[in-house]
Design a protein around this ligand. Structure first.
Ligand code: PMV
Length: 330
């Protein structure tokens, strides 16, 4: 009853922001993302009678009951125990090879890896759809990291969430030329977690209705751009969608502003590069980091342009979906 898994984060091109059910993590809107290469979470879980309570070690740090992280994972394991009918406690050890909780979607890779490991350890025999639903119960965006390449998380309509899961649009080999340059602006833990931030936004931003009215249009354009490999349409739509999401945050009461001065500096640099004929677009999630979308041939010139602003950068490609690993962490 021991298993390990690895999963990569995904960056949303059309974002998920706001829930219709807090407990089941059902979103207000569908979203589309790209699972990326290189960054991953590696997780090992063991269910056994030898554990009196769940044990959790994340990035070499031990977490105890009452801690938020611990309680989130315990709640997730309770859902899995309910599905399998076991009452066994578990030990979870997990580590990321990239900065955690800073807007690099570590909750997406984290819960996607955990769902995959739990499925194996408890022999739940869930297929991709079931895995996506299970991962979603940990963190909404994790539903999409089950898949490689481009995926769409369908918001569904049902109250029990049984129609709310991600599906693959195209795998990681489909559009080899796409690159995401992930720029590290700050490694500080973010000021407010996305879970709380989106709850406040839905409650207080006067723009929220407008976000929902527009979203189908962004989804349609993005599906079309992926199908036709139309990079300009993909980038334009993703950048605009990201700015709309952050406008929601800015107009939340009290306001949520994840950007740091260097975040804005990179954004302006992206505009300048585009004006100079170097095609690239930006996107940002719940943190100060900026991800620059571009095609492979533009990477060297873009790096040259941002050298002085973002000291640490990672050039990522479309990446793999969640997978079982034979390599145990304990
Ligand atoms: O799944 P969460 O709670 O980590 O929220 C993710 C929210 C964004 O990253 C900002 C958008 C998205 O769709 O991934």
């Amino acid at each position: 009853m021991k298993a390990s898994a690895k999963a990569n984060p995904n960056f949303a091109l059309v974002k998920y922001w706001g829930k219709r059910d807090e407990k089941l993590k059902l979103p207000q809107n569908s979203s589309i993302s790209l699972t990326v290469s290189d960054f991953f979470t590696h997780t090992t879980i063991e269910f056994s009678e030898k554990y009196e309570r769940d044990e959790l070690v994340l990035n070499k740090k031990k977490y105890l009951p009452k801690n938020k992280e611990y309680e989130n994972i315990k709640e997730f394991l309770n859902q899995a125990r309910k599905i399998s009918g076991t009452s066994l406690r578990a030990k979870v050890v997990s580590k990321n090879n990239f900065p955690t909780s800073a807007g690099f979607a570590s909750s997406a890779s984290g819960f996607s890896a955990l769902a995959t490991a739990v499925n194996q350890a408890l022999s739940l025999k869930l297929g991709k759809k079931g895995l996506s639903i299970l991962a979603r119960m940990g963190s909404g965006s994790a539903s999409r990291s089950i898949f490689s390449g481009f995926s769409e998380w369908k918001k569904g309509k049902k109250k029990d969430g049984s129609d709310c899961f991600a599906v693959q649009l195209k795998d990681n080999n489909y559009w080899n030329d796409i690159r995401i340059i992930a720029c590290i602006i700050s490694k500080k833990k973010k000021s407010i977690k996305s879970r709380k931030a989106m709850r406040e936004t839905v409650k207080t931003s006067p723009m929220y209705g407008c976000w929902l009215e527009n979203i189908e249009n962004d989804l349609e354009k993005t599906r079309h751009a992926i199908e036709k490999k139309d990079f300009s349409l993909l980038g334009k739509t993703a950048e605009h969608n990201c700015l709309k999401m952050h406008s929601l945050m800015w107009t939340t009461i009290p306001p949520i502003i994840y950007q740091e001065p260097k975040t804005i500096e990179i954004i302006k640099k992206v505009f300048e590069m585009r004006d100079n004929g170097l095609e690239c677009y930006f996107t940002m999630d719940a943190g100060p980091q900026v991800k620059i979308l571009c095609l492979r041939r533009s990477v060297p010139a873009i790096i040259e342009n941002i050298l002085g602003i973002a000291k640490e950068r990672f050039v990522l490609k479309p990446g793999r979906g969640a997978r079982v690993s034979q390599n145990h962490l304990f």
